[in-house]
Design a protein around this ligand. Structure first.
Ligand SMILES: [Zn+2]
Ligand SMILES: [Zn+2]
Length: 337
């Protein structure tokens, strides 16, 4: 294991345990430093114990680098691997085993912390057959949302990475997509012709979350009814303990999801776990499709599907109604329909 690989794995473990504090930032910084420092300089500094003279390398990261250079698995990494395991119930495991991909995740192109290639490598290691890259749309400026030009550039980059993946002999594919903002009037933050080019479109409300009930209902129903929208992302917008769910008439919204073939996302982020239980029950009653997605913003977070699987198992979501249990070809046929 190289120092870079060791630090990447440390960052991965910290991400999957949702550590967003000083420690995680310090290791991300150390990873950057290692990537931009020549290998022979790293080795020389490890030998004479001057790694910490490098700006961004602290005592902990220096130890990880030194142990990796010695050919050892860094002790800190071993400890972290154990502490950061994502648990799953036996019932949830049945759902997790059925999943073939992840339909909502971000990269450094918007507000994610990892490269598309790193997200893809992790998704492959998790046994996925595909992942849908859904960076934010332009309106979400705080998340560095993609303009039309950047989206088009991203589509070319994805095609190149997919070629590399195929050449390397992997049976894995990055599907194109976007997490497009549902604007206040229910229209979408991307032109129809571009939405039509994407494999999978997640539509989410990120602004004016406190909108009055009737207006919010109309806004969401309109988005759900768009022929381009495949998945309704984190429908209530709640942040557990921080932000209450938006108010809307869930009967109308889920009836529309069922009618227009838009899947209701079961968002796996621990601070979201959206929709809440009673809304999952209602969506089941309406015969909705579902998608169990991580909304990962880092490689470690791709391991969060168990959270949504446990919740789906608890509410008895029909497995055959979960779109990411489909092979890629079937999913593409489903989104195109
Ligand atoms: Zn979102
Ligand atoms: Zn997202």
């Amino acid at each position: 294991m190289s120092p870079e690989q060791a630090l990447l794995r440390v960052v991965h473990c910290l991400d999957r345990m949702h550590d967003t504090g000083f420690r995680a930032k310090a290791f991300v910084r150390a990873l950057d430093v290692v990537r931009s420092t020549p290998a022979d300089e790293l080795a020389a500094r490890a030998a004479d114990e001057t790694l910490t003279d490098l700006d961004g390398i602290g005592a902990s990261s220096a130890r990880v680098i030194t142990e990796a250079l010695r050919g050892e698995t860094p002790a800190y990494l071993t400890k972290l691997e154990g502490e950061s395991q994502v648990s799953i119930t036996p019932d949830g495991e049945r759902y997790r085993a059925a999943l073939r991909g992840d339909c909502h995740l971000h990269s450094t192109w918007s507000d994610g912390g990892a490269l598309i290639e790193d997200m893809a490598a992790t998704a492959m290691a998790l046994g996925h057959e595909y992942m849908v890259l859904t960076d934010h749309s332009a309106r979400l400026t705080i998340a560095h949302g993609l303009s039309e030009e950047r989206l088009l550039a991203q589509l070319e980059v994805i095609a190149g990475i997919n070629d590399d993946i195929t050449t390397a002999g992997h049976d894995f594919r990055i599907l194109t997509g976007m997490e497009v903002d549902i604007l206040e009037d229910g229209t979408l933050d991307l032109a129809d012709e571009l939405l039509a080019r994407l494999d999978v479109v997640v539509a989410s409300v990120h602004s004016k979350l406190r909108m009055e009930r009737q207006q919010m209902t109309e806004r969401m129903v309109l988005a759900v009814a768009s022929p381009h929208v495949d998945i309704l992302g984190h429908c209530t917008g709640r942040m557990i303990g921080k932000r209450p769910p938006s108010t809307f008439d869930a009967d109308f919204v889920f009836a529309a999801c069922a009618q227009f073939g838009t899947a209701v996302e079961i968002n796996c982020r621990p601070e979201r776990l959206d929709p809440p239980r009673e809304l999952i029950d209602l969506a089941i009653e309406y015969g909705c499709w579902f998608s169990i997605d991580t909304d990962a913003h880092a490689t470690g977070q791709l391991e969060w599907q168990p959270h949504g699987c446990d919740r789906a198992a608890e509410r008895d979501v029909p497995i055959e109604r979960i779109i990411n249990t489909m092979p890629a070809a079937d999913l593409l046929a489903w989104t195109a329909a």
